[in-house]
Design a protein around this ligand. Structure first.
Ligand SMILES: [Zn+2]
Ligand SMILES: [Zn+2]
Length: 279
């Protein structure tokens, strides 16, 4: 039996067409103990386009995530009745909290939320790592900025777990085939992890990489072990499913990896408090 899937999207996210009822049905069929819906709320485009006075940079540049946040909260409330015995977790994936930490901390305190994943999908002034042309980019300069921003995020009270750590590697290594040495970031990454640990927060093991060209979870084994060695215990498992057939994908593999790295339990969040499931 799979313990949980604590990172999934529905049609409220611009990159998903999945109906909530189908996602819940799949989660229930898999026998998940806990299931979280975590639609995208990108804080760098939280307000309507006019607020920023800019044009969309591409067809994926959506604004007014405030509206999506409201829809997500309403949808999640309705979902509590759809999930039977499964523990339903009302979450969001908060992108780019560094765009506005005041807003990030205020959304985190919204009483309708159980769980917030803080993710960094794009750097200030840049497109999502998904869209960058890595023949024109300096991978290490991007990673320098990525980890510096994450360190800033990790010091704020706006998250329960840090989402898909090492996200840029999905594209830099997985898609563009550029090998990078994370060794030069070890101290900075350790600081990010310590910041989360001392705040009683944690990280997620995002299993989406298993079904992509990258082939590894985010973060990978080395960082997961580092987190454990530093005293990290709060770990959620999430597939990052954007369609029903991916709910639960890679979770068994992720749970086995976590156990092999010394985690004897994982957790899901209700009202921002961890609830434990033994591995
Ligand atoms: Zn994400
Ligand atoms: Zn996601």
């Amino acid at each position: 039996m799979l313990p949980m899937d604590c990172h999934t999207h529905t049609e409220i996210s611009p990159d998903s067409e999945a109906k909530l009822a189908q996602m819940c049905a799949r989660a229930a069929a898999l026998g998940l103990r806990a299931y979280a819906v975590t639609d995208h709320v990108e804080l760098c485009r939280y307000f309507p386009q006019g607020y920023y006075g800019v044009q969309p940079r591409n067809e994926e540049d959506f604004f007014d995530y405030a509206q999506r946040f409201e829809r997500a909260m309403q949808q999640n409330e309705a979902a509590r009745g759809l999930c039977g015995d499964m523990c339903f977790v009302s979450g969001i994936e908060m992108g780019e909290p560094d765009a506005d930490f005041g807003l990030a901390e205020s959304l985190y305190r919204d009483k309708r939320l159980d769980f917030t994943i803080a993710s960094l999908h794009e750097l200030r002034g840049k497109l999502d790592f998904y869209f960058l042309d890595y023949t024109q980019e300096d991978a290490y300069a991007l990673l320098d900025a990525y980890f510096a921003s994450l360190e800033e995020i990790s010091r704020h009270d706006c998250y329960d777990v840090l989402g898909h750590l090492t996200y840029p590697l999905r594209y830099i290594e997985g898609e563009a085939g550029i090998r990078v040495d994370l060794g030069r970031y070890e101290e900075r990454i350790a600081q990010i992890l310590r910041n989360a640990i001392t705040r009683g927060r944690g990280i997620e093991l995002n299993t989406s990489g298993y079904r992509q060209r990258y082939g590894k979870p985010l973060p990978g084994e080395r960082l997961l072990r580092l987190y454990r060695d530093l005293g990290g215990t709060i770990l959620t498992l999430g597939s990052d499913a954007h369609r029903p057939e991916d709910v639960g994908a890679g979770i068994a593999q992720g749970a086995a990896l976590a156990a092999s790295c010394g985690f004897d339990r994982v957790c899901y969040f209700l009202r921002h408090e961890p609830h434990w499931i033994e591995l």
